[in-house]
Design a binder for this molecule. Structure first.
Ligand code: GUN
Length: 290
């Protein structure tokens, strides 16, 4: 069993971006600039956005964090996005999800200028991704693809089972894995809360992407020997032994599943870190217009 090390691969991504930034600076070109909008004070969202901003600064990107009150109106959030759309210095716009219930997420996502849609959630970006055209790929699925590529994991012809069909992870990774690319060329089964015989389906999988947000859901009896397991779960569970009062748990019962795997991502230290690396790549590309 080999661990897929998100720290190592994301650091490699960041190092290559640092070099590119040095080149941009040497030629007097513009520095990539990410604007992140955080609405309210959801603990997990706070942590993720803080990490995104910190990583931008670490590699020499500009970043702006815009905090809006939990009770912000849809109109006010839309005005903020329109300002960022117009601001020539801002290359990438990220609205951290979920949003409070008075706000229509689809409307907000659709308002972001597709050229600045570094989350890849805009319908234009999703449409292009489905068609295999160059575009922004949502950060978590993109991070998973970078990880598979880094470890040269053979995906062609393999049966990939994706558990979860969210717009953020499950749906896009199912599309990416089925595309005629490398990594890709998988036969993909997308499972969700209405799937019958999930265990039998998982037992047929060469690759499993667990992205349903239920800690420890994928157990050893659900996987065959030598499976590749990608754990996207990052649920906070109470843990009195931690200063924060919680620990982060993945969707996989790691202790019992790992011995059966050829490769597996740990939580923390796996996919989560890759998400940041992928977001930084998207922001760089938004800046240089690739
Ligand atoms: N919430 C959970 N994951 C993400 C993400 O990748 N981007 C944004 N904007 N919000 C999220």
């Amino acid at each position: 069993m080999q661990l897929l090390d998100g720290k190592l691969v994301s650091q490699a991504v960041k190092n290559s971006l640092k070099e590119k930034i040095a080149q941009l600076k040497a030629t007097g070109s513009k520095t990539p600039h990410l604007a992140a909008i955080l609405v309210g004070s959801n603990g997990a969202s706070e942590t993720y956005v803080a990490s995104k901003v910190k990583n931008c600064e670490e590699i020499g990107f500009k970043s702006t964090l815009i905090r809006l009150d939990e009770a912000v109106s849809e109109k006010e959030l839309m005005d903020t996005i329109e300002q960022l759309n117009k601001d020539a210095d801002v290359d990438g716009i990220l609205v951290q999800l979920p949003l409070p219930k008075q706000i229509n997420e689809d409307k907000i996502i659709s308002l972001i200028n597709p050229k600045k849609d570094v989350d890849g959630f805009h319908p234009m970006s999703v449409g292009k991704m489905v068609q295999g055209l160059p575009t922004f790929i949502p950060a978590t699925p993109y991070g998973i693809m970078l990880m598979l590529e880094h470890y040269k994991i053979e995906t062609k012809g393999k049966h990939a089972v994706v558990i979860g069909r969210s717009n953020i992870v499950g749906r896009p990774i199912s599309i990416l894995l089925s595309r005629n690319t490398n990594p890709g060329n998988c036969t993909v089964t997308v499972c969700h809360s209405h799937t019958h015989n999930l265990k039998e389906i998982c037992l047929q999988a060469d690759i499993i992407v667990a992205a349903l947000g239920r800690p420890g859901f994928l157990t050893a009896d659900m996987v065959k020997e030598n499976v590749v397991v990608i754990d996207v779960g990052i649920t906070r569970v109470p843990d009195a032994s931690k200063k924060s009062g919680f620990s982060i748990k993945g969707d996989v019962d790691f202790e019992n599943v790992a011995p059966k795997c050829s490769y597996i991502t740990p939580v923390p230290g796996g996919v989560g870190l890759m998400t940041i690396g992928a977001l930084l790549m998207n922001t760089y590309n938004a800046c240089v217009g690739e």
